[in-house]
Design a protein around this ligand. Structure first.
Ligand SMILES: Nc1ncnc2c1ncn2[C@@H]1O[C@H](COP(=O)(O)OP(=O)(O)OP(=O)(O)O)[C@@H](O)[C@H]1O
Length: 258
């Protein structure tokens, strides 16, 4: 494991513009070694842009960005090459001779050791997402960047995948930045939550709750309400109080995502 310094992220005055419009606009951010941070914000506010910069996928920037050398990213779409078996997908882009055992160790870590020789099209959505996670883990990242990795999964698979990421983070001790639209997901997993707005980190709060997290915990509910308010979403209980449900007008679904 690298030293704390090598697992830290430091961003100062980061600006990224598209067609003369600054999507990220003088952003400052420090991520401590081993910290699990969730990044929330409205669609189009620049979360993925920031993540791509941290991943080294976008260098048309101004400002200072110091990130661990060993970093890996997993996206909402698993992005597996259909013509390569799962284990070869896991090793994609790594230098040296393909080492199937190495790929299988990473696949075993995400509970997919038995699908190593499969073709991507034969995997379920959750399995494909786990394969994509194995591809990130095989790089032994000091910084793991996750861009809505559970967004396309059904509810049950999503819960399992969230638990898996939580376990992997505890086991690996890497610094994690998770982009999500789901406030509850942020509070279940992260020990810090950020809200991005107007190209900067507009709100930054520790999530100092006992683990495993319990949405019924008053502290959880309070943070949830605060984050939803930062995101400009009215909290569900208030909405329900304002407009009590009747038999004819069932209660609206509880908003959890933005
Ligand atoms: N390559 C690009 N060329 C032009 N504009 C871009 C490019 N990439 C992103 N943008 C613009 O930058 C803004 C921020 O995009 P970004 O994908 O970072 O938002 P986001 O917060 O991740 O959104 P979402 O939550 O919907 O994924 C958007 O207005 C988007 O259209």
């Amino acid at each position: 494991m690298a030293t704390d310094l090598h697992r830290t992220v430091t961003v100062r005055g980061l600006t990224r513009s598209f067609d003369g419009r600054a999507v990220v606009d003088g952003l400052d951010l420090t991520l401590r070694a081993g910290q699990f941070t969730a990044l929330l914000g409205h669609s189009g506010c620049g979360k993925s842009t920031l993540l791509r910069v941290l991943a080294g996928l976008d260098r048309e920037i101004s400002g200072t960005v110091l990130v661990p050398k060993r970093r890996a990213v997993a996206f909402q779409a698993p992005r597996l090459m259909p013509w390569k078996r799962v284990w070869r997908n896991v090793l994609l882009g790594l230098p040296g001779r393909p080492d199937r055992e190495r790929a299988e160790r990473a696949l075993a870590e995400v509970g997919l050791g038995h699908r190593s020789g499969a073709w991507p099209k034969t995997l379920s959505g959750g399995e494909a997402q786990r394969a994509s996670l194995a591809r990130a883990l095989v790089r032994e990242p000091d910084l793991l960047l996750l861009d809505e990795p559970f967004g396309a999964l059904d509810a049950l698979t999503r819960i399992k995948a969230q638990r898996l990421v939580g376990e992997l983070w505890r086991r690996r001790g890497c610094t994690v930045l998770l982009v999500t639209h789901d406030v509850d997901e942020a509070l279940l997993l992260a020990d810090r939550a950020l809200v991005m707005r107007d190209g900067v980190i507009a709100y930054d709060t520790p999530v100092a709750l006992d683990r495993p997290r319990d949405p019924a915990d008053p502290g959880f509910a309070a943070l949830r309400a605060r984050l939803l308010s930062e995101l400009g979403v009215h909290d569900a209980p208030d909405t329900l109080r304002d407009a009590p449900a009747t038999a004819e007008t069932p209660a609206p679904p509880v908003p959890q995502t933005v």
